[in-house]
Design a protein. Structure first.
Length: 256
């Protein structure tokens, strides 16, 4: 996905974006559905020119869809992953509507690095499940302070309802069978995608730093949608509920 020079200037950032999307879709074939509903609700609640914080932005997946859907939006992406941020910055380097911030969301002062004190919308997807419940609740408190009155927060992620174990088991078995078939047909999984990144002359060094920071992939508690809604209300949001769900994931919307 790079030219033979191995320079950042010669890197095909769009190709890296697309390969990330395909890898993520191996896990979540309905991934685009959540983004569509997310942006529907942004436009409905805060209008067509929002100031958005893309929280744990990764490669800028939400940012890309936001600006395609709402071209007068502005967006700040924040993340700690040096490899994914390299792709994000490369993709949007010529777009003055977008800025990126390197920050650790577990650092209580992470928000001080942001260019704005408040946002119309804070959006995140498939990123916060690596946090355990206590630091996630603390993060929600900070997010509530960043969202303006009348603004929104949305989190699309794995949210597990432990009260339905048989439903959960059936969904998991069906999902893994589909993933196994896709893998046999050549789909690239998480581990293989990172192996490809490590071999790229531009991404090799930030990928190595990424694994120094995070180690191997690990998940947090992944509490239920009901837990998320309750905690968000406790932290200062007036309303909170799911606005989309699949058998395994939920898009939770909170209104300030």
């Amino acid at each position: 996905m790079t030219t033979t020079t191995g320079s950042a200037a010669g890197t095909d950032w769009r190709a890296w974006q697309e390969s990330w999307d395909r890898q993520q879709e191996w896990y979540m074939p309905d991934r685009e559905d959540r983004f569509r509903i997310m942006l529907d609700m942004v436009e409905a609640l805060v209008g067509p020119e929002p100031r958005v914080l893309d929280l744990a932005c990764g490669t800028g997946t939400i940012t890309a869809r936001l600006l395609t859907r709402l071209p007068k939006a502005t967006c700040t992406g924040v993340d700690l992953d040096p490899a994914l941020l390299t792709i994000a910055r490369g993709t949007f380097q010529a777009d003055d509507r977008v800025s990126f911030v390197t920050a650790d969301l577990k650092d209580p002062d992470w928000f001080t690095r942001l260019p704005y004190e408040s946002y119309d919308a804070v959006l995140t997807a498939t990123a916060l499940h690596w946090l355990h419940s206590e630091p996630l609740a603390a993060l929600y408190g900070r997010v509530a302070e960043l969202v303006r009155d009348g603004g929104v927060f949305m989190n699309a992620d794995h949210m597990i309802d432990e009260s339905t174990p048989r439903i959960n088991a059936a969904e998991r078995a069906r999902r893994h069978a589909r993933m196994d078939q896709a893998r046999a047909n050549g789909a690239v999984d998480w581990a293989e995608w990172w192996q490809l990144a490590a071999q790229d002359p531009v991404l090799a060094e930030p990928t190595a730093r990424r694994f120094e920071i995070y180690g191997e992939h690990a998940d947090g508690d992944m509490p239920s949608a009901q837990w998320h809604a309750r905690v968000l209300r406790e932290k200062g949001f007036a309303e909170a509920r799911p606005v989309w769900c699949s058998p395994s994931d939920t898009l939770l919307l909170a209104l300030k």
